[in-house]
Structure formats: C-alpha cells, structure tokens
Design a protein around this ligand. Structure first.
Ligand code: GAL
Length: 707
C-alpha cells in the first residue's frame, strides 16, 4: 500500500485488470433478467459494476426494516461470474419516509424555496438528521458486505453536488455561522475580513448572518466567496462522515466518490486528499466536435489530484445522454476513441452509465452499454468490441502520464472570479480562460497536468514541470507567490494570465494593485484593468503577428530590463506593453495581460514553449492527440484521431501497436476515430509527436463543456 503525503496509507482497488463495466441497477428489473445480464456482461468483457447507488428505499423500505435479500442474490451472481463490485453506500438520495419524517432536511434554493421530493439528492448537506442517517446506512451496508469477496471498493454517495451543491436553509445558515466563527474567531475578525464599512454592513451578532439570499443589490463579495468555500466544506464534511464509518468497519477497503470532471462547486483537491482513488464521470458533448479537448483538461486534473496516480473513469455514455436540451448520439467509433482517450490520460478503467438501458423513468432515453434492442443494439456491439480490445492494453495498467506542462487549478480564484456581480467585467472568468489556455497547449502537442496554487506547500510540487501556466490567479497570497518564484528561479518557465495577483484571500486588493505578490517576479504593474466593450475587438502586435484582443486588456507598465514581447496596437492602450517576459534565477516569468483569441494563444504559447526549450507543433490540430503513459521500462504512446478525416502522426521511433499487434513504421495514419497505442522502450524525454500537414482545423460548437 502506498502512502499519502501526510503518512496516511492508500488502499488499492481490488481488481487485477483495467476495469470495464458500468452502473448497474438490477432493482429496476425482474430477477430473470439478471442471468441474461451476467451472460451478456461476460460476453462484453465486463469485469466490474457499480451498485446499488440509488437503492436506499429498496434496501430499507421502512425505518429500521432492511431487505437485503435481492442485493445478496445479485452480488452472489456477480461474484460467481468473476465480476468485481464497486459497492455504493446507497446514500445518494434519501427515501421518502425519511424526508417526510424530517422535512427540515430538505434543501432550500437561494430564493428560500424548499425543494420537493421526486427527483434525487433531496437533502441539505449540513442537515444533522441526514448525516446521522447516512452514517447509519453506511454502517449497515459496510457491516453486511465488508467481507464480501467480490468487493473492489466503496462508492460513497454519488456525484456530490450534482443537483444540490449549495443550500440556503436555516440549518445551513447555522452551519455557515459556525464555519465563519472557526475561520475568523470573533465578530471583529469577520467584520474586518468582509470589509463591512462599505455600504454599512457591520454585524453586531452572529445571529444576524444569513446565507447569501437575494438582497436589494449586489451582495458583499467576500461573503459570497466564503459561502462558496463553506458549501464545498459542508459537502466535504458529509463525505468524511461516510469515510469515518468505512475506515472503522473496513480499514483495508479503498474508498472513493465519483467526481464530475472540472466541477466549479467543489474543491476537488481537498476531496481527493481524503479518498484512496480518484474516480470521474465524463460526458463530453457529441454535439461539439472539440469536446475531447475539454475532456483532456478534465483528465489532466483527475490524474493530478493524487499526484499522478492512475484514476478510474467511472461513468461515461455509450452514446447519447438524456439531460441536455439536444442529446446527439455518438458517431460509430467515437465510443472507442473517447474511452481510450481517458485511458491515455491515466485512467485504469472504462465504465459507463449504465449497463442496461432503462425502461422507464428520467433516464430511459439515456444510452447504455446494452441498448433497448439488447444484443442487437449498436452500443452493445461497439462496447463489446471495446471490452475485448481493452484486454490488449493490460500492459499500460498502473503506468503514469508524463507531461512537461502544468496548469494551475485554483478553486478560490474560480469562485472569486465568478461569484460576485461586482467585477470589472463578467467576460473574464476562471474556467473559460483556463480552458482557452489549455486548448492552445493541447493543440500544440502537449498533454497538460494540473497543479495546486500552493505548489510544494500544498503537496503538489511544480518542480516536475518545465512550464507552469496560471491563466487567472485572481486570489493570491504571498506563500503561493513564493512557491511560483522558487519554481522560476530553479529554471522553470511561468506564464501568468490577466487579472492575477489582484486580491488576497479575503478579497482585499493588494497594496499597489495587481499583480500584488507577483509584482517583483513579473516586473510589471497594472495601473487599470481595461475590459473591452462587447462588439469591439482591439489588437496587439506580437513580433510580425497582429493578435486579436476580444474582451480584456490592462494598462500595463513594465520595469526596465523586462522584455516586451507584445504591445497593444489599437485603442486607448496602443503602444503600452501587453505581454512581457522577465528572467529570474535560471528561469523566466511571463505576463499576458490580455484575453486572446484561440489563434493568438497558439502564437504566444508556441513562442513560450520554444523559448523554454520545449517542442511545439507547427501543424496545429484539434483532432490529433498524442499522450504517453510510461512505466519503468516502456513508453505507451496513445495516438488518437478525434475526427472522421484521416490523420498521420510522425513517430520519433517505430514501435509495436498494442491494438493491431503490428510494428509501426515511422509514421502512423489513423482513419476516422482511429487509435493506436505504440509501445517503445522508455525514453529519457517524453516522446513528442508531430503531424503531417493533412489535419484540417475543426471549429468548436457552443457547448456546456466550454462554458
Ligand atoms: C450522472 C449520474 C448518473 C446518471 C448519469 C447520466 O451525473 O451520476 O446517475 O444520471 O449522470 O448521464
């Protein structure tokens, strides 16, 4: 068993293969269907299923009266068939009797409305009654099945915060006050932190503090930020309630809760610290031909949350979802390339929601491995083929992605730049900015890891990377700036984006303005943020190029000795520096003061990478992706074609394609949605693949993924 940084051990998931399967809801079917399920699961190569996620009412139909019989029987059948069990604690949603007995445990929305039973997740994360019952149910399941030989790991709750991540009820208000007391000590501390002299908001009693419901005008930004932090922590406490029970009853079984990719509302760095393995649910939108680029950033985060250890793709869709306005199915071959993309990025599993397509209820139109046409459904044919192919990739299990570039993911800055109405512009926000920067790096050929803003201090050193980018570090404290400085001085390249180093953790503007604690390292000062009106676009000159500046610029002044790489070329700021670079120690620190178009970002990051001594593709392609996972002896380079047109990669060395079983030449051409996994002896430097110039640019469609 490995050790976590704080000495806590990590329990391994009990499965000796890449996991393949999905959510399984046998309680929606009669028992004669179960045997058919098992037969087809084995045919499809399924070796793990997740259950009984939403089955509390079926397991405890009345308070204290349990019905384990059906679960005993299906677990036995699965185990006999050699299918491992990702056993849920069944606490994803409360039974109606619990909610009716304790209506006060229902969540409230920001307008003060209590949410009604009849969907799922009808609970307030702070509710003591809910927590008590969750602990009770978890204990009952753990005591009954903790010794089950088929048990692979515990699946705690389900997608925390999917429907209810914030609650404005009276219980949440009481909990919020306790949280604030712990953070600020006394009311003076809170009043000082929230800057209450503005608009006369001084508090004279803790009881006067409410959850931030609708107010006559914009709400205090620090209160909003603290409510985001509190809400994430409230859910974390709820997670810990279950972890404590499971650690006590089954100290050797791994625990997880399934994440929702890059999810704004929960600080996954803190959640991941508590669990043994990171698991993720990924639903790239088939309507967006570039959604795999967003997925790559999500997966970069997933592998980084536990320092590069393999994670598990626990849910994905075999074809269409049913929760979008328009649920477009996946083209033939897309299931394969999207699933293998997750493996390329460090997942040791491919799992789906769900095994058998529902016959009724909210998700009956959601695709599944086994569609409504059963064995004859396309999704079954494609997932069966995938399950068989996955066995060929067994050698990659346990190996780790090697990446030279990392992007700072910081929930405080994300919340700070999106919770408040009182900002220079709503057009610059953390997530779209991070996605845009990542996209440029990805299309230039680099898989990107995520790093925590605190760097080494937060247990995730920057030091393994050549380039670290911080697209929008709005909230920044001195120790974080110190960690970035140390990275640069030791030879790293740091790129800081607009509206960074603006405020401290209580949202007070740093003395002298932005970039605050990074001022010396970057050698620049921002005089004014200068957002650009809708409908206007400014420009900046960058070497021989003119780059578009669509929504955000800054009045920037640079110290002598700072290299001006780009200057504003239009509007009020014409002639002022826009993009700068300063050397410090043996590294360098760049400041990019403008939001740029996708093409502009590619130009700048190609320059950044090459100046840092890293390769960057000449042939920019959204469709062609290469990612390398390595173990001690072997590099496994995944080549992925995310479009219907063929694409050709140039390989640094020829190798063996694990999927086709044949030797490659020095180029590999992939047809529509094609994949190759090329094994070569481990090289000192992670392989970098270029393309022959056949790839056509793909335009992104508007998508939730890009929001
Ligand atoms: C997830 C959820 C599953 C299922 C799936 C459908 O968010 O965990 O239970 O609803 O979405 O895409």
């Amino acid at each position: 068993m490995a050790q976590l940084p704080d000495g806590e051990r990590i329990r391994e998931v009990r499965i000796d293969a890449l996991a393949y399967g999905g959510d399984y809801n046998p309680d929606q079917w009669s028992e004669d269907v179960w045997r058919e399920d098992i037969r087809l699961m084995l045919d499809a190569g399924v070796n793990m299923v997740s259950l009984p996620i939403f089955s509390w009412p079926q397991l405890e139909p009345e308070p204290g009266v349990y019905d384990w019989g059906w679960l005993d029987r299906i677990l036995e059948l699965l185990h006999e068939a050699g299918i491992r069990i990702d056993l849920a604690t069944a606490t994803a949603t409360p039974p109606s009797w619990l909610l009716r007995a304790h209506p006060e445990m229902a969540p409230w929305d920001a307008d003060g409305h209590r949410l009604e039973f009849g969907s799922r997740q009808t609970y307030c994360p702070s509710s003591p009654i809910w927590r008590e019952n969750v602990a009770r149910m978890t204990r009952a399941i753990a005591e009954r099945y903790g010794d089950h030989p088929g048990l692979a790991m515990w699946h705690i709750s389900n997608e925390y915060g999917d429907h209810v991540s914030r609650c404005w009820c009276p219980e949440s208000a009481r909990h919020f006050r306790r949280w604030l007391q712990e953070r600020y000590g006394d009311l003076d501390g809170l009043n000082e932190a929230w800057g209450v002299n503005v608009w006369g908001q001084r508090y004279t009693s803790w009881d006067h503090i409410e959850t931030p419901k609708k107010a006559p005008g914009p709400v205090n930004p620090t209160k909003l930020l603290d409510f985001e932090r509190f809400s994430s922590d409230a859910m974390l406490e709820l997670f810990q309630v279950e972890i404590d029970v499971l650690r006590e009853v089954t100290p050797d079984i791994a625990v997880t809760t399934n994440f929702m990719s890059m999810f704004r509302d929960l600080d996954y760095w803190r959640f991941a610290e508590r669990e043994d393995v990171v698991t993720d649910d990924a639903y790239p939108d088939p309507m967006d031909p570039t959604s795999h680029v967003g997925a790559a950033l999500n997966y970069g985060l997933m592998r980084s949350l536990k320092g590069g250890r393999p994670w598990l793709l626990l849910e994905s869709s075999a074809s269409a979802t049913s929760w979008r306005d328009i649920n477009v199915p996946k083209a033939p071959g897309k299931i394969r390339v999207e699933s293998l993309q997750a493996v390329a990025h460090g997942s040791d599993a491919v799992m789906f929601f769900q095994w058998r397509q529902a016959k009724y209820g909210q998700e009956k139109f959601h695709s599944s491995m086994l569609g409504h046409r059963g064995e004859r459904s396309r999704s079954f044919r494609e997932t069966r083929a995938l399950g068989r192919e996955l066995r060929l990739l067994e050698p990659v299990r346990g190996s780790r992605v090697r990446s030279r570039v990392a992007l700072v993911v910081d929930w405080d800055s994300w919340w700070g730049s999106s919770a408040s109405e009182s900002l220079p512009s709503q057009r610059l926000q953390w997530a779209p900015q991070a996605r845009a920067w990542h996209r440029a790096l990805a299309t230039l050929g680099h898989p990107v890891d995520a790093v925590r803003a605190g760097g080494a201090a937060a247990g995730t050193p920057f030091d393994g990377y050549d380039v670290v980018v911080a697209p929008n570090l709005y909230i920044l404290e001195q120790p974080q700036a110190d960690a970035l400085r140390a990275f640069v001085e030791r030879g790293g390249t740091l790129v800081v984006g607009p509206f960074s180093g603006v405020v401290d953790a209580t949202e007070k503007v740093h003395d002298g303005g932005a970039p605050g604690p990074l001022r010396d390292l970057l050698g620049v000062e921002v005089d004014e943020q200068w957002p650009i009106a809708d409908g206007r676009t400014e420009s900046l000159s960058y070497g021989d190029d003119v780059l578009e500046v669509p929504s955000w610029s800054e009045w920037l002044e640079a110290d002598g000795g700072v290299e001006i790489r780009g200057s504003y070329a239009s509007g009020e700021l014409a002639g002022l520096p826009a993009i700068t670079r300063r050397t410090a120690g043996s590294g360098s620190a760049w400041y990019v003061s403008a939001m740029l178009s996708p093409e502009g970002l590619v130009t700048v990051f190609r320059d950044v990478l090459r100046t840092a001594g890293l390769p960057a593709r000449d042939e920019v392609s959204v469709q062609a992706e290469a990612v390398t996972r390595s173990d001690d002896t072997t590099d496994y380079t995944f080549l992925l074609n995310h479009a219907a047109d063929p694409v050709t990669f140039r390989l640094p060395v020829a190798g063996l394609d694990l999927l086709s079983g044949s030797e490659t030449g020095d180029t590999v051409t992939l047809d529509a949605y094609g994949v190759a996994v090329v094994a070569t002896p481990r090289a000192a430097q992670v392989p970098f693949l270029t393309l022959t110039p056949t790839a056509r640019p793909i335009q992104a469609a508007p998508s939730k993924e890009l929001a």
